[in-house]
Write a protein that binds this ligand. Structure first.
Ligand code: SF4
Length: 415
């Protein structure tokens, strides 16, 4: 048995219940960034809860009204988020992407969906009591992917229809509200857990406060040039998406993250560093990209992906209406002009020297809007378009990505 097979084999056995949780917890201590350590810990606790309470687990897609599920005491397990976590350590489950093909996921789907289907189909994660999908908020593949998973595991499936291009229309709002009530009815019927309106009110109101801290973190990230990248740009949104029902954890995470910024245990870069805005997809598998940029005195001050943490809606009497407004207004669900407005508003708050727009394999949603956004930003900023893969390292083309970034830095210097 060669070394990599040995490690894989050991890992498989180590991850057998009940030691899985202990391993995940211990592994979280290997990172030196305190807030990252906390989020890994929260993840392992969440996984433990899912294994211990299979009757409460609902598989859901990314950017989904999980608050409703939390108010029912269910555990929403976001399939793409766990797929993207896998993208960070692909050697652990090397054939996940291939497995997704074998079980019938179209080659046209994005790598996050391949990773999540590949992993879930191999029973590597907690099973679901129900599977929930939807037409796009964050992503258009989610309806098919979740339906495929439900079919594979012979689990009850329910999908909500989320109207696109929402800009405040009353009929779209009322329609979606009804869809949410349909979701509640299905969950109550299939799980026996009851929807608690008062509980949802509390969750929504605390979320409003938590979101302010999130905004503060976004400011700090753009303000303080550091080499921080991964935890503060990918985990943060996962925190809000996955743990919105456990706001104490989220609050704790933000406090820790702010300390990480404020006491910087990391070598800080200078005020003259080149600040880059990264639009489109994040690049999850290239975990050390921040060091590559730091060597060239550059850092990423804004990632559009962070807008996946949907801003809370204005206060309403009915908490379901608040949820309807919130998800209809998700950045990937509004007209493209509105999305551009949000990006420009973020860019106006700091000096940005250059822009990256990254497309990702199989993502029709964000790829199809790339040229429009680039066209609208290139007058004001040097821009490069990078075609890569946000999740599958085999499609990333690391050297290509670095060459494109070098080209951007050169453009910036020539200005
Ligand atoms: S990359 Fe695109 S298709 Fe894939 S999960 Fe994200 S939004 Fe959906």
């Amino acid at each position: 048995m060669d070394v990599s097979n040995f490690v894989r084999f050991s890992f498989k056995h180590l991850m057998v219940k009940p030691v899985r949780f202990t391993v995940a917890t211990v592994a979280s201590w290997l990172t030196k960034i305190k807030s990252d350590r906390l989020i890994y810990n929260q993840y392992s606790k969440f996984l433990r809860d899912c294994y211990r309470n299979p009757d409460r687990v609902a598989w859901v897609p990314f950017v989904y009204p999980v608050e409703i599920l939390y108010s029912m005491n269910l555990l929403p397990f976001t399939t793409e988020v766990f797929g993207s976590n896998y993208a960070r350590v692909p050697s652990l489950i090397p054939d996940a992407f291939e497995k997704a093909f074998q079980v019938g996921l179209s080659a046209d789907s994005c790598s996050f969906h391949h990773a999540s289907v590949g992993i879930l189909s191999q029973n590597k994660h907690p099973k679901a009591r129900i599977v929930l999908g939807g037409t796009p908020t964050g992503c258009e593949d989610q309806y098919h992917t979740l339906r495929l998973l439900a079919k594979m595991f012979k689990t009850k499936y329910y999908a909500i229809d989320i109207p696109r291009n929402y800009s405040g229309e009353k009929e779209k709002f009322e329609y979606f509200k009804d869809e949410l009530y349909g979701l509640i009815e299905f969950c109550e019927k299939e799980t026996g857990f009851v929807f608690e309106k008062e509980e949802l009110k509390k969750i929504n109101s605390r979320y409003r406060e938590v979101y302010q801290k999130y905004e503060k973190i976004m400011e700090l990230k753009a303000d303080i040039p550091t080499k921080l990248f991964e935890g503060h740009f990918t985990a943060i949104s996962s925190v809000l998406v996955d743990f919105v029902g456990s706001l104490e954890k989220v609050e704790k995470y933000f406090d820790k993250a702010m300390k990480d910024f404020n006491y910087l245990n990391f070598p800080s870069m200078g005020d003259t560093s080149k600040r880059i805005a990264w639009i489109g997809h994040p690049i999850v598998p290239l975990r050390k990209l921040q060091y590559f940029l730091a060597e060239r005195d550059a850092f990423i001050g804004y990632q559009e992906f962070m807008e996946s943490t949907v801003a809370p809606p204005s206060k309403r009497r009915d908490p379901i209406e608040e949820i309807a407004e919130k998800y209809l207004s998700a950045y990937s669900n509004v007209p493209i002009e509105k999305r551009l407005e949000v990006i420009k508003e973020r860019l106006s708050k700091h000096r940005y020297d250059g822009i990256v727009y990254m497309t990702s394999w199989g993502c029709h949603q964000l790829n199809s809007t790339a040229s429009y956004i680039v066209e609208n930003l290139k007058e004001e900023y040097p821009v490069v378009l990078i075609d890569s893969d946000s999740c599958n390292i085999k499609n990333v083309g690391e050297e290509q990505v670095k060459m494109r970034l070098e080209a951007l830095l050169e453009l910036i210097e020539q200005r």
